[in-house]
Ligand binder design. Structure first.
Ligand code: IMP
Ligand code: MG
Length: 182
């Protein structure tokens, strides 16, 4: 898709080149930490797909890949935090070195649920790699082992992240105009 800024978007936060450069660095970091091991990347559908495939190409230890899909709901009071698995992994992770790959960690509810669920399946190790981190909005504390970028408190799209399922295929990350994301 073209790199022109689409209507509805306010500004580019990270260009394709910045994203590529940072993913190379994080891939190298992961390669060092998992030396001599096989790493299983678990992607959370659908947002992490673009990041996961880019990252995997810069990891130099053997890699396996699996995906899970989740649905999140608001509870009766409209508060976020209710998450369930809508599509489970294809394979067991018992005894494996698992790296959970997320598009963005925001409040932390999704990640906390996923970590609890995956930890119960007896992996050898379990770590987290997120493309974006919006730490200023964290409600529950969750461990993040690798992050590409910390972002401000604005709604962002592109490189996998969506607004109403759109914009995932942008090669950059952009901040949405406030009236769109409100
Ligand atoms: P959390 O449970 O609040 O950490 O929510 C994380 C999930 O909310 C992410 O995996 C995204 O699917 C979605 N999300 C949070 N912030 C954004 C954003 O700025 N753009 C697109 N999706 C977002
Ligand atoms: Mg997500």
């Amino acid at each position: 898709m073209s790199t022109a800024l689409l209507p509805g978007l306010e500004r580019i936060l990270f260009t394709e080149e910045q994203i590529d450069q940072r993913i190379r660095e994080v891939g190298a970091e992961i390669s060092r930490h998992y030396q001599g091991k096989v790493v299983k990347l678990i992607g959370v559908l659908k947002g992490s797909v673009f990041f996961l495939t880019a990252l995997a190409r810069h990891i130099e230890v053997p890699v396996k890949i699996d995906f899970l899909g989740i649905s999140s709901f608001s509870n009766k009071n409209g508060a976020p935090g209710v998450v369930r698995i809508a599509k489970d992994l294809d394979d067991s992770i018992e005894g494996e070195d698992v790296l959970l790959v997320e598009d963005i960690v925001d409040t932390g509810f999704t990640l906390r649920y996923l970590l609890q669920t995956l930890a119960g399946r007896a992996p050898n190790s379990l770590a987290v790699c997120t493309f974006l981190d919006r730490n200023s909005r964290r409600i529950v504390q969750v461990p993040v082992d690798y992050r590409c970028f910390e972002i401000p408190d604005r709604f962002v799209v592109g490189f996998g992240l969506d607004y109403n399922q759109l914009y995932r295929n942008l090669s950059y990350v952009a901040v949405m105009k406030p009236e769109k994301s409100a």
